[in-house]
Structure formats: C-alpha cells, structure tokens
Design a protein around this ligand. Structure first.
Ligand code: ADP
Ligand code: MG
Length: 443
C-alpha cells in the first residue's frame, strides 16, 4: 500500500536509483595509449521513483555516456549505481539479463536507431523475443497493445520504419522501449531531431505514459525550454561533472553555479520559433582526455577567482594572461590526438599558429608589470622549444588560483538542497568581489 502511494507521488522521497562516484573512461589502456577520455568523471546523485530527472549540458559533456552507464549499456569504470537497492554495475550473466527488463532507452535519432529491414511489429517485438516473454500469441497481442498506447494504428504493424515520419518513428522507439514494462527509461534527447509541432506531441505522449505506467525518467536534453517544462529536478553537466543540481524552477530562476548562469544567459529571449536552443559559450571546452586540473569549468569561467598576488592587476592585463594561457593549452592538445589536431586547424587557434605572434598580439599595448612579463617570456620559450605542457604548467603555477588547482566541493546552496560545484560558495571566498553578474550580462 505505502509502496503504491509513493509510486503515485512524484514528490515522494523514495529513491529508485542512487549513483555514487560514477566514472566512465574510454580507452587509455596500455602504456603507449593516449590518456583516456573521461566522459563521466565522478558523479553522485539520486533519482526518485516516479520523477523526471533532467540532464542538460553542451554536446560532449557526457550526458549520453552517463545515461548508457546507468542502464548498463556501458560498464562503469568506477563507482556504483544502485537500482532499488541492487548495485547493477556488479551484475553479470543471467542476473544482468533479467535486470535489463527494468531499464530501457529511447534514442535521439529515430532515423538510425530503428532497423530499417524489420517491420514495425518485429522491431517492437524484438525485446519480447530476446527475453522469451510468454507465448507467441501473447507477444503479438502485446505489440498491438503497445502500438495503440503510443498512438499508432494496428495496420502499422507490417510497415517499415522508412515509411514513417520522424514523429511516428519515435513512437515506435518508445513502444519498443516499453515492451518489457520497465520502471526506468532513459530518454536521450528524444525530441531533438523532430519538428517543433511534433516535439510537443511526443512530449505529451511521454508525460501520459509516465502517469499511466508509473515510469521514472532520465530526460537528457540540450534544449532547456523542454527540460523546464517536463523535469522535476535538473542536473547540469560539464566535462563529465555535475555542476549544479536542484529543483527545476528554482534552478532556472536563481542558478548559483557560474556554468548554469552562463548556460541560461545563452538562451535567446522568448521567441516561439526558437525551441531548439544551441548553447554557445566563449572559448572551446577542453578535451575530456585532458580536463583542467582544478574545476572543470575553470578555463572558461567568468567568475574564476584570481589568485591573491594578482587581485589588483589591471583587468586588461589579466584578460591577456588568460587568453595567452588558453592558447598555450590549445597547443598542448596537439600532443593528444589527431582529431584534436584537425579541430585545431579548423578552429580559432589557427590564426595563432605562431606563438610569438600570439603573445605579441595579446600583450600589444598592454602595460603589464615585470612580474607578469617574465613568466610569459619563459612560457613562450618553452612553447617554442616544443614543450607546451611545461609552459602550461608553469603558467598555472604562476597565475593559477584555487579554481585552476583544486577541485571544488558540491556546496548546498538552498534550503531545498540544491547543490553547486564551485569554489565561490566556500566561506573562504565569500568576500571575493563577484564579477560574475556583470560579465554574464555582457557588460
Ligand atoms: P553528450 O551526450 O553530452 O553529447 P557523450 O556522452 O556522447 O556526450 O560524450 C562524452 C565524451 O565521451 C565525448 O568527448 C565523446 O567524444 C566521448 N565518447 C563517447 N562515447 C565514446 C566511445 N565509445 N569511445 C570513445 N569516446 C567516447
Ligand atoms: Mg548525447
């Protein structure tokens, strides 16, 4: 009885999924391999039964990887995921197969996620066959029931995905995900590829199904307006880390984390035609093979805490130093991978191919004290000698503050328990002049 009550109440406190210290790294095995891609780099949170938990962040921040790892489409590198009290990262064989019924995924791209050589009926039925679900007749019956549930007709059973529109294909994807009656569904940008008018219909369908079937959702999106509409709580992700997590309205109305603030400030003002918001922040996100040593957001953060000796330095000089450091960091990426090298060639870095020119450009007309010039000169020399990593480390030692050097904690920033990952929330830095408000407003 109490179980039922809690299931029906999305604000109930019953935890369905508890994630602790979860990491997912790709590659990096072997002495000669490049360092691993740290797609998910230590996250902790819980999802309550019946809630819609949102996950937002720029492309490449690790959202899909986290979603896949939660339902064991990926094996975690470290950490635990307990699902109804069972650590599913440890499951294998029969136990794993049996558990898989509980958790399913709906993918962003209904074009490529459905097998075009199978009929819709076969696609929806496939998980039932794989799990040897009941009898042949029951399966056919179940597929018909599912098609109806997601708003498709019986005659669609024998059609092929390519005969369908994007919205209909996504309905097929949803029917398939629900075939085994899961408790938890990861929706990985389920409407991002669809037309605006279709998006709304699919969202409504998902909401109706959640209510009818007592589903718990992880809703991944980069479109913040959809998240605001549908999610109870939201986690904001950047470079494999959760930057802020809290109740949706509160987080949207009064974000605490500089990254969340930047993200929200990038939303165009109300415009009914602009439902797919592309997030743009200045600078390029660092490579997840080589994330910043301190706070993941430190290389782009407008609220970064300056180290003590440079508190009073002219803003122009400080700005030039930061840009110079960015260029040197870009240089170090070249050592990492071919892909990065290509990116670099096509990216903004190309005009600073000559590091001396870059230095001259940046510091031209900037009147910096000798205490600034000397380390810059030394760094220039190291880059020219072919050791950009040394230059980077040297610059961090000289100009780096707490944000460059230390990982922040997750601070509780509201009485509803919202968490934010930022040194600014520490008492120690409470008296540091906050430049953030001004800068995110673009002043
Ligand atoms: P998002 O969904 O937020 O766009 P992803 O989880 O897809 O981000 O990717 C996070 C990072 O992990 C990216 O740098 C991506 O290139 C990398 N990545 C994702 N899947 C793999 C994989 N199978 N092998 C290697 N790197 C991967
Ligand atoms: Mg993704």
């Amino acid at each position: 009885m109490s179980q039922q009550l809690q299931r029906d109440d999305p604000t109930g406190e019953e935890t369905l999924i508890e994630v602790e210290g979860l990491k997912k790294y790709y590659g990096g095995d072997g002495v000669l391999a490049p360092p691993p891609v740290k797609a998910v780099d230590g996250v902790d949170f819980e999802i309550k039964r019946g809630e819609t938990f949102g996950l937002v962040g720029e492309s490449g921040s690790g959202k899909s990887t986290l979603g896949r790892t939660l339902i064991r489409l990926e094996q975690a590198t470290e950490g635990t995921v307990s699902f109804d009290g069972t650590d599913i990262t440890e499951l294998s064989g029969k136990d794993l197969k049996h558990w898989r019924r509980n958790a399913q995924m709906v993918f962003q791209d209904p074009e490529s996620s459905l097998n075009d050589r199978m009929t819709v009926g076969e696609i929806v039925r496939e998980p039932l066959d794989a799990h040897d679900w009941k009898t042949d007749r029951d399966r056919r019956e179940r597929v018909r029931e599912l098609l109806e549930k997601v708003g498709l007709q019986e005659e669609h059973y024998f059609r092929y995905p390519h005969q369908f529109s994007g919205g209909q294909r996504q309905r097929v994807g949803i029917a398939r995900a629900l075939a085994l009656n899961p408790e938890f569904v990861v929706l990985d940008e389920p409407v991002s590829a669809l037309d605006v008018s279709v998006q709304a219909k699919i969202i409504t369908l998902l909401e109706d199904l959640q209510e009818e079937l007592d589903l718990t959702y992880l809703f991944i999106a980069h479109d913040l307006s959809v998240v605001r509409h549908i999610c109870d709580r939201v986690a904001v992700m950047y470079l494999g880390k959760i930057m802020e997590l809290g109740e949706t309205e509160e987080l949207f109305n009064s974000p605490s984390n500089p990254y969340t603030k930047s993200l929200l400030s990038a939303i165009p003002r109300p415009d009914p035609t602009a439902t797919i918001d592309r997030i743009t922040l200045p600078g390029t996100p660092p490579s997840p093979r080589d994330p910043p040593q301190g706070c993941q957001f430190s290389t782009r953060c407008p609220a970064k805490i300056r180290p003590e000796p440079y508190q009073d330095l002219d803003d122009d000089v400080w700005e030039a130093i930061e840009r110079f450091r960015e260029i040197v960091r870009e240089r170090t990426r070249v050592e990492l991978s071919i892909t990065d090298r290509v990116k670099r060639r096509t990216g903004s870095f190309s005009k600073h191919d000559d590091i001396e020119e870059a230095g001259a450009d940046l510091f031209d007309g900037v009147d910096g004290p000798a205490s600034v010039e000397e380390p810059i000169e030394r760094a220039l020399e190291r880059v020219k000698a072919g050791h950009p990593s040394e230059a980077r480390d040297m610059l961090r030692e000289e100009f780096g503050g707490v944000c460059d050097n230390e990982r922040p904690e997750h601070y509780t920033v509201s009485d509803t328990g919202r968490k934010s990952y930022c040194h600014r929330h520490s008492d120690e830095y409470a008296d540091v002049e906050a430049r953030l408000g001004r800068e995110t407003r673009g002043e």
